[in-house]
Every structure is written in C-alpha cells, then in structure tokens.
Design a protein around this ligand. Structure first.
Ligand code: KG4
Ligand code: ZN
Length: 339
C-alpha cells in the first residue's frame, strides 16, 4: 500500500510517499526555521501564509522523487492536529481536495501518533510490543506504554513546558538561535556537563509526569550569578542539556522498573535527535532493545511518520482509519488510543 502523506502542523511543509508503513520512497520537508531562527520562535500567521505557498510544490516534489503519479497512490494521509490551526488547515484542505479530485481514501492522523510510528521508518525488522516510548518535542513530552499501534496507555505527560520548549527557552536565555535543541547541543559539545547543577524535577513524587519550567527558572538564576562579559555558554549549555535529559531518563528508568514486560524502549520527536540523550538512554535501558528514528529527519516533524502511522491505523482498524475527521489545534492522543 502506497500512501501520500502531508504534515503541516507547525513551521514545516512536508509531504512523503510511504510504502507499507516502513519503506520511505520520498520525504520532502521544507522548513521555515531559518525565517524564524532570528525571531526566537514561530509566528503562526506567517507560518500559515508560507504553508499556502509551499504546499503544492512540496506535494509535487514528493511524487516526483518517488517516481510515482497519482494513479500509483492508494490513499492520502494528513496531520489533523494538534498544532497551529492555520498551518493545519492548509495541509488538511489540500488533502481533502486532492482526495476528492483523485478519488483516494483520506486518513486524518494525530501528529503525536506520527511521532510514535517514526521508529518503524526504513527498518527491516519488526519492533516487539509492549513498547515504552518517550515522545518529546517542542509541543509535548509524553511517556507511553503501548501494546499495539492503536492500543496504549499514557503513563505521564509534562505539567508545564515540553522538553523541546525547555531547550528553546534555555537557548533564548543563553543567546543561542532557535530552535534551541540543536544550538544547545552543538554548544554543549565543548562544555562540561558537571560545571553547573540543575536539580532533578519531581524527584520525590510518584508517577511518570514531567516538569521543565523550574529548570528554565534555575538557568535564569544561574545566569544572574555569572559574569555577563565572560559567560561560560558552553558549560551552561552542557549542564542544562544534562539536566533536561536526566529528568527524561529518570522517568524511563522508573517505568522500566514498574513494567518488567516492556520489550523495547523507543525515543521519538525532535528531542530524540539529541546525541547526549541517545547515548545515556542506551545505558539506562540496557539490556532492552533501544530504538530512535533511523534518520534525524524522522525525529523532527516530517510527513513520512504520518504515512507510517496511517498505514498502521489501516492495518489495525480500517473502518476507523478512514472515518471523517475534524482539523483541530488541540486534541489529546490518549482519547484516540484504546487502553
Ligand atoms: O518534533 P518537532 O520537530 O516539532 C514538534 O512537534 O514540536 O520538535 C521540535 C523540538 C524543538 O523544540 C527543538 O528544539 C527540539 O525539538 N530539538 C532538539 C534537537 N533537535 C530538535 N532538542 C534537543 N536536541 C536536539 N538535537
Ligand atoms: Zn512534532
């Protein structure tokens, strides 16, 4: 089954052609990050206007790179939410129109379910459930215990900022460009992660929730104590990165203790691109199989993951997968997955 997938939830315009949920025939991402990097973040109206310009060329390119025509495509998948409403509407309107014009079934896919499926892209073997998945991006930080693609339990989410958002806000405080994750991790390569200490959030509380707002405040206080003219940016970046990742890993370690049946540990979303996190995760999760997306372009927002999720939705519940959907800026994935 060949699915043409579209993802426009934020500041990327993306389209991909995916075969049977795993085989990536094309994965086109046109990012506006360079436009927004100097502004310190995304301006929603500007992002939506740019989406309008880019959507059809990006879809066209995804077909031409895959060397397919519309007649070769079996279904169209699109991110239905959550995200920036204007951006989402551009993708879903294009998908609805193309589905009518070319008479293809249309599937609305939850953005986070896309991230959860990204570890299946471009792999040969089949991951084994139950899988513990940390999904950490600029908009969410969730810990899932999944028994299939459409069945799972949300063990915990963030109470305040998302992990990626903490990187982005931290970078802003350190005077580093947006998005903060890549710029902090680049700066951190020359720094000492133990130079400053960021206390572990929610240490004494039971459960699997996350909280990152205190860490951002701690960074602000630490900066006030530093010599402004001689700011140890690399040390601060390395220590802040360690603080965020240690909190993420602490929750994973707790979940592994609580659920010994877990077969594999996956880490997805923009933050899963982080090298320090990947290395430490292997240590914490050993001897379980650890998977992160095969390519960095599958960690950050992309349409390939939406095509993968759509395929698994069809294979597990075809009637539900092609049912009508609304485009929504907010929608919890926990309401869509069965326990
Ligand atoms: O999944 P994603 O592309 O978009 C959302 O769904 O939000 O994630 C973007 C987030 C940003 O906050 C960015 O700073 C973070 O992922 N990110 C990283 C890295 N690359 C991207 N965080 C840490 N380390 C990275 N290497
Ligand atoms: Zn995302």
């Amino acid at each position: 089954m060949r699915i043409l997938a579209i993802e426009t939830s934020c500041d990327e315009t993306a389209a991909a052609v995916i075969e049977n949920g795993k085989n990536v025939l094309s994965n086109i991402v046109s990012s506006m990050q360079s436009t927004f990097s100097l502004q310190g973040g995304v301006i929603p109206e500007e992002a939506a206007r740019k989406q309008v310009e880019l959507i059809l060329p990006v879809i066209g390119q995804s077909l031409s790179v895959a060397q397919y025509e519309w007649k070769d495509i079996d279904a169209i998948a699109v991110t239905k939410g959550p995200g920036l409403l204007g951006s989402l509407l551009v993708g879903t309107t294009a998908a609805r129109t193309l589905s009518q014009l070319y008479k293809k079934p249309l599937l609305g896919v939850h953005h986070t379910l896309g991230h959860l499926s990204s570890t299946w892209l471009a792999i040969e073997d089949d991951p084994v459930f139950p899988i513990l998945t940390l999904s950490a991006s600029g908009g969410h930080t969730d810990l899932w215990l999944r028994t299939s693609h459409t069945h799972g339990q949300l063990l915990g989410s963030t109470r305040d900022d998302a992990a990626g958002e903490a990187f982005d806000k931290g970078a802003q405080l350190l005077g580093l460009p947006y998005p903060g994750g890549p710029s902090i991790s680049k700066e951190a390569t020359n720094g000492n992660p133990d130079a400053f200490h960021f206390p572990l959030p929610l240490k004494k509380e039971s459960g699997f929730e996350f909280s990152f707002s205190g860490m951002k405040t701690a960074l602000r206080y630490t900066l006030q104590e530093c010599d402004e003219k001689n700011l140890p940016v690399a040390d601060l970046a390395a220590s802040f990165q360690k603080g965020i990742c240690t909190h993420l890993l602490d929750r994973i370690e707790k979940a592994l203790d609580a659920y010994p049946d877990i077969q594999e540990v996956h880490c997805v979303g923009g933050v899963s691109a982080n090298i320090y996190l990947r290395e430490e995760l292997k240590k914490v999760a050993s001897p379980k199989t650890v998977r992160v997306p095969q390519k960095i372009e599958f960690c950050t927002d992309n349409a390939a993951m939406i095509g993968a999720a759509a395929y698994f939705l069809i294979t597990e519940n075809a009637a539900e997968a092609v049912s009508p959907f609304q485009t929504k800026a907010t929608s919890p994935l926990s309401e869509l997955l069965a326990a």
